[in-house]
Design a protein. Structure first.
Lengths: 329, 334
């Protein structure tokens, strides 16, 4: 009896702070989410309803204009520029970058965490040191390398054969109408993908995780005659699935929204990734002084939707990933 | 005798395996990071527009950079050897002003995490909603904010306008007349004064419920509840408990977030500037990152761009070293 009365007596002050907490959090949640509501609202209405005034039509008609919902903005956007193609490009680029990064990072991380070889720790320190170098430092030489490589390769080939060759600097078409870019250089999948495939960060992250795995498993496997590759492939990778999934998700997300590098190495619309195509679409609508908000919001939704879906499905990996990534603090 | 031989062979094979395992990553790393770093250092001593052959100019780029008023101009002190510049502020100052969002974002993230850390219903839903802006970050949300910040029809000015009108009405009750909203209304991205606050506002919306908040949630869940109970018994209020227990206990996380944000902050602002303002109006949203981009890929001054990038690297390096030094006194590793 006594316990119950003390409990209920304690609860009264807690409730007030709880109410304040909920009110505050809800207000903040509205601030965070309402811009998205506004984006959807703008994307699905007729352009003539964009500038209606809340004072004239009232709150409800302002929030949900008479023309809502209609999909014409999306069909207009998709007809204006090749969005479907950009989706495919983005998926190819982000997918291969993710695969490459997870694979090469896990290989290197396994070696740094578990194998003994001369110079191991020095090489690892060199990796760590470069994590601080701004991307803009390395991007300029890589861009120059990228833009010059096709000419150099063609030059070398011409010199070898003894007659002029245009192989690497020409563009490729599939069925004579679909632009497939170049094999290397500007406007090529290779350039979009390769520089983003190797990071010190992924190696660092996975090494931290591998270090935390018990050594008993691999010693047992070693006694059973497993090779080094076998230990990596059959023991380390399966045991670190959450870390791999996390690195994969964040790499994919980073590649999906990557902006500066794809911007400077793509010129043809058919090879652009989604953000760059949306940017060229925005420029066509009037650039920074854009006025066609219905079209731009439709394009924004096209960019955000896949990420939202991925987030809803894999939320626990996102949250866990931030925690794994924060270990080094 | 035989045993040592097998041991050596085994060690050699293990070393070979080690090198093979790191080979793919190290190769990529050499081609796309190590060599480019050296190349960009060389490049910063040269002049190259990619069309004509590069020219060695020695320290010319760095001399130009030191006297580049567009880079250095600031309202606090004049640099004697720098001649006048048409811009109101230089790009270093712009970058620093936009980095004011960093401490604000860190404090807000910690505050939100402390609220969400309570054992109440629905906290996971709130966490998800707060996380949305940072997960969707990119060109989509930037176009969205251009629309929200539209001076005439954006909802930012709609909301602020109503708040302003209400305040003005209250002020009028005590006989204080305010200018009408239409007169004082900020034009945000189209106004030299308001463009940076607009960027900061968007940055806070995008970051306060993001990665940092999740990191703080993890850190808070590791604080032993016994500490709070002991402090409560000793009569410590909520404010004291926060500054005496929570703040020191999460200080390693704060330090990590702070260092990463500073490194990111100096390099940041490119995408916002490129999509939303083109660095304007009157260069007021041009950051160091955007200036490097303009030099390299719009004006094809590769050498100068490389020297600005190296200056940026040096700034980041020095600040990080200072941070590490300071952390020994300020950070509490439990």
């Amino acid at each position: 009896m006594d316990e119950i009365t003390t409990l209920s007596r304690q609860r009264a002050p807690v409730r007030l702070t709880t109410v304040v907490t909920y009110v505050f959090l809800s207000a903040l949640a509205v601030t965070m989410v309402f811009p998205f509501v506004w984006m959807v609202r703008t994307a699905f209405i007729d352009p003539k309803d964009v500038f209606i005034s809340i004072d004239k039509v009232g709150f409800l008609r302002w929030l949900v204009p008479a023309s809502f919902p209609q999909g014409k903005n999306f069909t207009d956007a998709v007809e204006a520029v090749p969005f479907g193609r950009a989706y495919i490009n983005s998926i190819i680029v982000a997918g291969l970058v993710t695969f490459g990064q997870v694979f090469t990072s896990s290989l290197a991380a396994f070696a740094f965490a578990r194998l003994k070889f001369p110079g191991r720790d020095k090489i690892f320190m060199a990796y760590l040191a470069t994590m601080m170098i701004p991307g803009s430092v390395t991007m300029i030489p890589v861009f120059i390398l990228t833009s010059k490589t096709p000419l150099w390769l063609d030059g070398a080939l011409s010199w070898l054969i003894g007659s002029p060759v245009v192989l690497f600097s020409s563009s490729y078409y599939m069925f004579h109408n679909t632009y497939m870019g170049r094999p290397v250089g500007l406007d090529s999948y290779f350039t979009l993908i390769a520089p983003a495939m190797f990071t010190a960060y992924g190696t660092f992250l996975l090494r931290q995780f591998f270090m935390s795995i018990e050594k008993d498993y691999e010693e047992a496997a070693r006694i059973d005659g497993a090779s080094t590759w076998g230990i990596y492939w059959r023991i380390m990778l399966p045991l670190s699935r959450p870390a791999l999934a996390t690195l994969g998700i964040f790499t994919f997300l980073g590649a999906w929204r990557a902006y500066m590098w794809p911007l400077i190495v793509t010129y043809h619309q058919d090879i652009m990734t989604l953000p760059i195509l949306i940017r060229s679409f925005q420029t066509a609508q009037g650039g920074v002084a854009a006025t066609k908000w219905t079209l731009l919001m439709a394009a924004s939704i096209l960019h955000i939707i896949p990420v939202l879906i991925a987030f809803v499905i894999g939320q626990k990996y996102f949250i866990r990933g931030v925690r794994i990534g924060g270990i080094k603090g | 005798m035989k045993k040592t031989k097998t041991a050596t062979t085994w060690r050699r094979r293990a070393a070979l395996a080690g090198y093979l395992f790191i080979l793919p990553n190290v190769l990529g790393f050499l081609i796309f990071t190590s060599l480019p770093v050296l190349a960009s250092l060389l490049l910063s001593f040269a002049k190259w527009d990619l069309l004509r052959p590069p020219q060695w100019v020695g320290l010319q780029n760095f001399q130009n950079l030191l006297t580049d008023a567009h880079f250095w101009k600031n309202p606090f002190f004049a640099i004697p050897w720098i001649t006048d510049c048409p811009l109101e502020h230089g790009f270093l100052f712009n970058t620093l002003v936009m980095m004011l969002a960093i401490p604000a974002s860190i404090l807000l993230s910690l505050f939100l995490a402390a609220l969400l850390n309570q054992k109440l219903r629905g906290m996971i839903l709130f966490r998800t909603l707060f996380f949305l802006p940072s997960i969707t970050a990119g060109i989509g949300t930037m176009l969205l904010w251009m629309w929200l910040l539209n001076p005439d029809y954006g909802i930012v000015n709609l909301v602020f306008g109503h708040v302003y009108d209400a305040l003005a009405w209250m002020a009028s009750l005590v006989g204080w007349t305010w200018a009408s909203w239409a007169q004082v209304r900020p034009a945000w991205l189209q106004d030299v004064t308001w463009s940076k606050p607009a960027m900061i506002m968007m940055g806070l919306w995008g970051s306060m419920g993001g990665m940092n908040m999740i990191l703080y949630l993890a850190a808070l869940s590791n604080v032993p509840p016994a500490l709070y109970e002991a402090a409560k018994i000793d009569g410590a209020g909520a404010w004291q408990r926060f500054w005496k227990i929570t703040w020191p206990m999460v200080s390693p996380t704060t330090f990590f977030i702070f260092v990463m944000s500073i490194i990111g902050g100096f390099q940041g602002g490119f995408q916002q500037a490129h999509i939303m303002t083109n660095g304007g109006p009157a260069g007021s949203t041009t950051t160091i990152g955007f200036y490097i981009y303009q030099n390299a890929y719009q004006w094809f001054r590769m050498g100068y761009a490389a020297s600005v990038a190296w200056l940026l690297f040096l700034i980041v390096l020095v600040l990080t070293l200072i941070n590490w030094r300071a952390s020994k006194r300020l950070v509490h590793y439990g």
